[in-house]
Design a protein around this ligand. Structure first.
Ligand code: UD1
Length: 470
């Protein structure tokens, strides 16, 4: 062997592939949606498995799915997909995955797509232990009630010699079993050589788990099969709606505890939902009844809730979002929103703005220090700094065909119940009277009133002329 070949084969041995088994609709779900696409905390179950696998930075990940699910799965996640034509069992799914996997040697992690709560640290520990101990198969196990549907690890004198599936097992006399968690590290070369050895079981399926007995029969090496015991909460197999709800509850609590450990106050963890990719800085306070979703960021000292929904938005330092709904928006430092405001996509609210009850904004930029306290709609608008928007103000941004913009300069005073018929611009320091319908742009410093709104001086003159006429 040349030195190049030897370093190549060493680097091959360090390679890591991942197969995620995700074929089959999951009949117990009783659903049109493939089992692995059912969401847990806003992300498909499979996405959680893939995110965990990706944290190990593997050389390759292949997801095995069935023909009917391949398109919805392909639309929901980005992954290399291999199709198992007929769901003949987990060993057959692995055979399909191995055909699609390019790496030849090293370690392959086989993950069940319906075991979504595994943590990256645990997966890494499985791979590290497997490599250090030079095992051929390493399995994740946990202690489970015997009446559950998991495969049961069989040991003699402490050594694993097989796995018996629930369908083929009489466990009536046992309270608990050592359950197979459905997560395995295999020596890839060994798996490629032996996957074809699996024989069909009494239930008509090709069980991946039968390879444990195959290996145990063929070796005296006590280190060939290793187990890593994990908590049940990491290995929950989600195959019905009850377990789906259990998984959601476990993940929700896990995420909340991480935030609390990092200095975030979660007033009532039983009534708070924070999705996986949300970031919350220390000293933020999340009041009861909040849903923080997507890529939301809550900055230091902000208070959200009670009862707010924040979706893929940033809430600035020391800002407050009281009982409001915020979607794809940026809320600046010290801004007060709500109660009962709706901040829609494309809203950018600069620091020290107050947005009060029953205010809706969309694709609107509001300059710092501005106030929009009550019952307003601001759509496709640009507001300067220190603007006061009176109650009931509406940007009439849609003419039935097109959307138009409203521009409001610095220090403008918009009177109550003003209709701003876009496209229209209020120059800096201008004012509108209560009930004005502004159809033309207003120069800086001017005050307009009436329907349609006119400069206050010309309005006075025309009224005077009218009186003369009578
Ligand atoms: C499997 C294990 C069991 C273990 C449990 C842990 C087998 C035979 N049994 O049982 O020992 O305790 O996981 O959760 O492996 N799949 C395919 N193609 C198929 C069949 C299944 O891709 O033909 C996928 C499924 O989408 C699922 C995973 O493999 O994500 C597990 O399959 P499933 O039939 O649900 O096995 P379990 O009964 O969970």
């Amino acid at each position: 062997m040349t030195s190049d070949e030897s370093s190549n084969s060493r680097s091959n041995l360090a390679q890591l592939g991942v197969l995620v088994l995700a074929a089959g609709r999951g009949t117990r779900m009783k659903s049109r949606t493939p089992k692995v696409l059912h969401p847990i905390l806003g992300k498909p179950m499979l996405d959680h498995v893939l995110a965990c696998a990706a944290a190990l930075d593997p050389d390759e990940i292949v997801v095995v799915t069935d023909p009917a699910s391949s398109s919805p799965i392909g639309n929901a996640i980005s992954a290399h997909i291999a199709i198992q034509q007929i769901p003949l069992g987990t060993a057959d799914a692995v055979a399909v995955g191995l055909d699609a996997l390019e790496i030849e040697a090293g370690t392959v992690l086989v993950l069940n797509g319906d075991v979504p709560l595994i943590r990256p640290g645990s997966l890494q520990a499985i791979v590290d232990g497997h490599r250090t101990g030079q095992a051929t198969i390493t399995l994740a196990t946990f202690s489970a009630a015997s009446k559950t549907r998991y495969g049961s690890i069989q040991r003699r004198d402490g050594r694993v010699f097989g796995i018996v599936e629930a369908a083929d097992d009489d466990r009536a006399s046992l309270d608990t079993i050592e359950a197979n968690g459905g997560i395995y590290a295999f020596d890839l070369g060994w798996l490629r050589r032996h996957i074809g050895d699996v024989r069909v079981s009494a239930s008509g399926e090709y069980y991946l788990t039968s390879l444990i007995a195959t290996l145990a029969r063929s070796t005296e090496d006590p280190a060939a099969i290793e187990t890593v015991e994990l908590e049940e909460t990491e290995l929950l197999g989600v195959d019905d709606r009850h377990r789906l709800a259990t998984a959601e509850a476990i993940l929700r609590q896990r995420i909340l505890f991480q935030h609390m450990a990092a200095g975030v106050t979660i007033v009532d963890p039983d009534r708070t939902v924070v999705e996986r990719d949300v970031q919350i800085e220390a000293d933020a306070r999340i009041e009861p009844g909040c849903f923080l979703r997507g890529t939301t960021v809550i900055r230091n000292g902000a208070t959200v809730g009670p009862y707010s929904v924040v979706e893929s938005s940033t809430i600035g330092c020391d800002a407050q979002v009281l009982q409001s709904w915020v979607t794809e928006a940026t809320i600046g430092d010290r801004v007060r929103v709500g109660p009962f405001a709706r901040i829609r996509p494309g809203s950018a609210i600069e620091p020290d703005v107050h947005i009060g009850n029953f205010v809706e904004t969309k694709a609107t930029h509001i300059g710092s220090g501005s106030h929009v306290h009550h019952f307003s709609y601001l759509g496709d608008a640009e507001l300067g700094t220190n603007v006061n928007v009176g109650a009931g103000t509406i940007t009439c941004n849609y003419d039935g065909v097109n959307k138009h913009r409203t521009i409001i300069g610095d220090d403008v005073f918009v009177g109550c119940d003003t209709m701003l018929v876009a496209p229209v611009e209020l120059g800096s320091g201008s004012k509108t009277g209560a009930g004005a319908v502004v159809t033309r742009s207003v120069p800086a410093g001017m005050t307009v009133v009436g329907i349609p709104a006119r400069p206050i001086e010309s309005r006075k003159n025309s009224t005077t002329q009218g009186e003369h006429g009578r």
